[in-house]
Design a protein around this ligand. Sequence first.
Ligand SMILES: NC(=O)C1=CN([C@@H]2O[C@H](COP(=O)(O)OP(=O)(O)OC[C@H]3O[C@@H](n4cnc5c(N)ncnc54)[C@H](OP(=O)(O)O)[C@@H]3O)[C@@H](O)[C@H]2O)[C@@H](O)CC1
Ligand SMILES: Nc1ncnc2c1ncn2[C@@H]1O[C@H](COP(=O)(O)OP(=O)(O)O)[C@@H](O)[C@H]1O
Ligand SMILES: [K+]
Length: 467
Amino acid sequence: MRTAYSVETVRAAERELMARLPEGALMLRAAAGLAAVCAGLLARRRGRVYGSRVVLLVGPGDNGGDALYAGARLARRGAGVTAVPMDPERMHAGGLAALRAAGGRVAQAVPQRADLVVDGLLGIGGRGGLRPAGAALAERIPPGVPVVAVDLPSGVDADTGEVAGPAVTADVTVTFGAYKPGLLIDPGASRAGAVHLVDIGLELPEPEVEALQHADVAGLLPEPTASSDKYRRGVVGIVAGSAQYPGAAVLAVAGALRGGAGAVRYVGPAADSVLARYPETLIGPGRVQAWVIGPGLGEGRAGEVADVLAGDAAVLVDADGLRGLDPAVLRARTAPTLLTPHAGEAAALLGVSRESVEAGRLAAVRRLAERYGAAVLLKGSTTLVASGGVRAVRVNPTGTPWLATAGSGDVLSGLAGSLLAGGLSGADAGSVGAYLHGLAARRTGGPLLAHQVAEALPAAWRDTTHP
Ligand SMILES: NC(=O)C1=CN([C@@H]2O[C@H](COP(=O)(O)OP(=O)(O)OC[C@H]3O[C@@H](n4cnc5c(N)ncnc54)[C@H](OP(=O)(O)O)[C@@H]3O)[C@@H](O)[C@H]2O)[C@@H](O)CC1
Ligand SMILES: Nc1ncnc2c1ncn2[C@@H]1O[C@H](COP(=O)(O)OP(=O)(O)O)[C@@H](O)[C@H]1O
Ligand SMILES: [K+]
């Protein structure tokens, strides 16, 4: 599991460790790790560190201090290092002295000839987007020159990934002690590039955000054993599709058939289309361990949603099924419930704008899970899964923007519903489903079609269980 921690948690762990170490020791550890990554990049780009040109963008706090100490290390290895301060009156004194002693210099304008830019403007002390002085420096980063962000790209909110104003876009981020949620969640994640974690010895409690890895997924996937039969493996029922959207039914069934359930049952007006494509499907009402309701349902089907929610099987509600959901009905359920809105559907459920959900994905998914007392999977770039009463929100590390294509969400709901039928909790079914779905999409490449994602699911499954 990859874990991420809030600023408050990181600061508390840092205080505890600092009390046991000589002053400045943590910053020197951080700077050493940062300098090592920069040196590696320079060596790859130019063959060596000696003679390369490094520009440090230096903010007023310890983030700037890290950059200055790392710059000093690079200068000692023969790099030409220039520090450009956001505010010449406020620079980390020790870091500045170290840089000067190593032969580095300070300039007021960003040199345009550079092999590497180090973004040390703001770290976990940053609030909101960059203010004008910092934004002016970020704008002058020469095009095409690799940018290494110190701890996180300046202007990205460490706790949420929100980007409230101007911000740096990095190729590499060197983060200290722990991943921060903002490095894993968009829009921040898209600005971080490849993230390197430098261990500085922090001892950390339960994370605020976590991302499954192959081994976690392999441990959760329901695999058949010698004593399995189709009913014990779980039956998933799909209530999806309409005269207008028969394809949604076919795609949800396609996902469900690859999600490990023993059988897939379809209920709805698109049975002919489903059977023509998947003769394995059972047709008509019957007992199931989990229902998937909503994809392509169209209008006027609220009664079916209410019936399914009134039952004692697990339920995944997606798309049209999400309209007008009553929190009290969901809260009263005892079996697992998983809601899978995209940003627009989440916005309607919360009564806010789609833009505000996109900009504050973590807050939105947490609020939905609390309000509905259910597991909630918020789709989109960096899909999130929260469940009420559980501290850690899961962020999906797989996927590709090529998934933004009609019908791919239907495949996901079938897949995650199948995992629910296999006995996974709402949060596990959602996060494991999103993980496999994203891997399958990456394997397929782009431009992809939704049904190809479903077809690639068995290979994605094998990738995680037999890497
Ligand atoms: N924690 C750890 O384990 C370790 C932490 N370490 C490092 O310390 C970093 C945190 O340092 P930090 O606390 O000094 O804050 P930092 O991010 O440098 O800057 C904040 C300053 O910027 C200002 N400011 C704020 N918002 C702004 C804005 N939008 N636009 C412009 N200015 C803005 C604000 O001042 P203000 O003007 O608001 O008074 C404040 O003074 C951390 O990210 C890591 O790199 C490592 O060395 C060792 C291990
Ligand atoms: N920009 C993006 N990057 C990565 N994945 C995305 C992006 N946009 C959408 N997706 C994924 O594509 C799928 C789209 O689902 P959805 O919006 O329900 O579409 P549909 O209703 O057409 O099936 C979801 O799995 C979502 O997470
Ligand atoms: K930074």
